[in-house]
Design a protein around this ligand. Structure first.
Ligand SMILES: [Mn+2]
Length: 509
């Protein structure tokens, strides 16, 4: 955290390097007008082509996404994405200079804009034409610029909106539009916005309804003078589009996975020399960010020894013992797309026998589950969940960790639940748990990206063979679905025990 200093004239020349002066006042100065809070083809020509709004994603692709969404809705519909930024910021820090915000994922998906405070509407008029409006923070000019905000001009010229307004006009303009429309599709991450629109209209909200046939105006009016308006969740309609990744999105997911892979390899090579959990988690972050990842996808879980049986452990503050197995769940976000990987490895470079037996049990199940990731009407995350429960139950029986007369009896009694109590996987994309409201029962389709992450976590219970107590294993890869063979985006991160041992032994002491 830093606060701004105004250097006095005597110290100024010594404090600023000549390279910085050159980049501010030399030939690069002409790029200043293109500088955004994100990449632009003029300021980052090595990373972007001319027709792209964000790396890999063209202006046309963003336009197609908006058209695809609006084609689902009847005429005279309004889509609103109000971003509830300030309150969320407050949870992160009370100091505005430390805000490192990510955009609303739906807004980012539809526009490519990566600025906090931005909002948007899409209006499909009575003739079926779509009007795209962006609400952004004004661009500041001159000395003391706080951020390279997009501003209303660039909202049109660069992001292609039909209308652009200062974000301060958002409430007035949207409230004005509400009384004339039939259907409202809203990203309801902003409860204040919902309260606000209810001053103008009476909301009829039926989250289970997917039928847009009945106009709100045909419903009988309530007692007061406000018109009724049908509100639908935008998430129900946009997430099924977002769940199917385009070729460019798959390239971005692969890049994110590749950076995560290199970071994992570096962590493996340095595992032997690490004394503390945080040494390895911060090494992971450094290795991702130095390769261009803007964020971690989520806080790294670096779990040594008995910490490995804790779900979502992110303290990373314990000393590592020499025979510890480490469970590391980590990933990064590059140009808007996430990776999410888990590997387990012995810091000594050698699995103990019980660690290895448990590891191989989970690995067998994970490999089998990945084989079943095929676009097929009978396969879904829900069916993979059932398969994972069967496979892990078989393994637990073989290891003698659970006891039952038969596999069937063990499954009926759900004996696996003590050791495996999370989902087999989730969609992956702009968010690490992407399209969070989509049903797990939807069949796997060509272009979906999911994780496969079975795990076993053995508690310190007296009825369990002592050698397995306190070992937690999870193995997670990122998979793209098609009709033939699953594409494993994270295949470059070793998971066979011998390969992992070799890598660790080859590393620094
Ligand atoms: Mn995951």
């Amino acid at each position: 955290m830093l606060s701004l200093l105004r250097p006095n004239s005597r110290s100024f020349p010594n404090m600023v390097s000549s390279n910085l002066l050159k980049s501010c006042f030399g030939k690069k100065r002409s790029n200043l007008k293109y500088r955004l809070r994100q990449y632009h083809p003029k300021t980052h020509p090595s990373l972007m082509k001319k027709n792209e709004i964000t790396p890999q994603i063209s202006k046309n692709e963003y336009q197609t996404r908006r058209e695809q969404l609006m084609s689902k809705f009847p005429n005279n519909s309004l889509v609103v994405i109000p971003t509830d930024v300030p309150e969320k910021d407050a949870e992160i820090s009370s100091l505005p200079t430390s805000w490192n915000l990510r955009p609303n994922p739906n807004l980012f998906y539809l526009t490519g804009l990566q600025e906090p405070y931005s909002m948007m509407t899409l209006y499909k008029n009575k003739k079926g034409q779509v009007v795209f409006s962006l609400f952004v923070k004004q661009r500041q000019n001159g000395l003391g610029i706080e951020q390279f905000n997009c501003g209303t001009t660039r909202a049109k010229t660069y992001f292609g909106s039909n209308n652009s307004y200062s974000v301060s006009k958002f409430e007035d303009i949207v409230l004005d539009q509400l009384s004339g429309i039939d259907y409202l599709f809203c990203d309801i991450n902003n409860s204040k916005f919902l309260d606000l629109i209810q001053k103008k209209v009476s909301i009829i909200f039926d989250p289970t309804s997917q039928q847009f046939g009945e106009s709100s105006k045909s419903r009988s009016s309530n007692n007061n003078t406000k018109p009724n308006l049908n509100l639908y969740l935008l998430s129900d309609n946009i997430e099924e589009i977002r769940a199917i990744k385009s070729k460019s999105e798959i390239k971005l997911l692969q890049r994110s996975a590749d950076i995560t892979a290199e970071a994992f390899l570096s962590v493996f090579r340095n595992a032997k020399s690490a004394k503390w959990e945080f040494e390895l988690s911060s090494l992971f972050e450094y290795e991702c960010k130095k390769r261009g990842a803007q964020h971690l996808a989520f806080p790294t879980c670096l779990q040594s020894g008995y910490n490995s049986i804790v779900i979502h452990y992110t303290q990373n503050d314990e000393m590592i013992n020499k025979n510890d197995l480490i469970l590391m769940d980590a990933g990064c976000q590059v140009d808007g797309y996430c990776s999410d990987v888990t590997r387990c490895y012995p810091v000594s470079g050698k699995f103990t026998l019980p660690q290895r037996k448990l590891y191989e049990a989970v690995l067998r199940a994970q490999k089998q589950l990945i084989k079943e990731c095929i676009a097929d009407d009978n396969t879904s995350i829900a069916t993979l969940q059932m398969t994972s429960e069967i496979l892990l139950t078989e393994e637990l029986l073989k290891l003698g960790i659970i006891k039952a007369k038969s596999l069937k009896q063990a499954l009926t009694r759900k004996l696996f639940r003590r050791f495996y109590y999370h989902n087999i996987g989730h969609h992956l994309g702009i968010e690490v748990h992407d399209v969070p409201t989509i049903q797990d029962t939807i069949p796997l389709q060509n272009g979906m990206a999911i994780t496969i992450e079975p795990g076993l976590y053995i508690p310190y219970d007296y009825d369990i063979p002592a050698e397995y107590r306190g070992i937690g294993i999870r193995i997670e890869d990122d998979i793209v679905i098609n009709h033939r063979k699953p594409i494993i985006l994270t295949k470059n991160i070793p998971k066979d025990p011998l390969e992992i041992e070799d890598l660790i032994l080859s590393g620094k002491k």
